[in-house]
Design a protein around this ligand. Sequence first.
Ligand code: GDP
Length: 298
Amino acid sequence: MFDTLQDRLNAAFKSLRGKGRLSEADIDATCREIRIALLEADVNLSVVKEFVAAVKERTLGAELSGALNPTQQIVKIVDEELVTILGGETRTIRWAKKPPTVIMLAGLQGAGKTTLAGKLGRWLREQGHSPLLVAADLQRPNAVKQLQVVGEQAGVHVYAPEPGNGVGDPVLVARRAMYHASQKLYDVIVVDTAGRLGIDAELMQQAAKIKAEVRPNETLFVVDAMIGQDAVNTAKAFAEGVGFDGVVLTKLDGDARGGAALSIAKVTGRPIMFASNGEKLGDFDVFHPDRMASRILG
Ligand code: GDP
């Protein structure tokens, strides 16, 4: 993952090794290389500009601490700035004061929402919760069945529409699911919603209606990291059309470049809360900006 970026950044730092003191020209040259590395990784241009400006300003102004040589100092600054663009502090779910906590998933078709519902379900169960997955994706013919399958694998109950409980109308399904959950002792409800192949007004309206119905504590925008810069554009459309509190990056295992991961928190102003890195239910974890920055720097 992100191998080229890692190699590029390390090459930029390597050319500084052995220098006792960094001149402004050294810093400029390094910043140029960092800029190219980030652009090649498909990071959003405005994020790259801000990032490089911050690294340059901080490096020029850095008091050389006795413990670190100039190269270590610049690596430390790059590390800290990576953490910043990745969202800063780790952010986990804000639980409802009075259960259930409602989590709604939104995103394009194929982003990995249904798979994620299973992963979240399993993770929640492992954290001692009692989750219910709700199949409100009635667009894709197989989505309900798929959620039932992942729910079973995760050992988590699934609420699915059936004759009499709102077939065809996802808002009604969501309403009935909330009622069902209130009758049982579920403390977290994860609502899977429909996605289209592209952004469209009807999809946004449907997701917005479900959101108004279930009033989620967390609306998570689920996005395939492999689509790079397009993730940023899709995120902007969902931010306007539905609104969301956090991002889940999926398919990080197949993302060789890192553009989406490094752009999305900064561009949307919303934290990356979880990351998926494989098709199996266990290929999933809370997203830690500091760990990701360390991995990028190798
Ligand atoms: P949805 O349309 O948003 O509900 O997407 P799905 O959950 O059906 O996922 C679409 C495809 O992506 C499926 O084949 C999943 O197995 C696959 N997938 C989901 N998450 C990941 C991931 O983190 N890594 C990989 N490699 N594949 C994933």
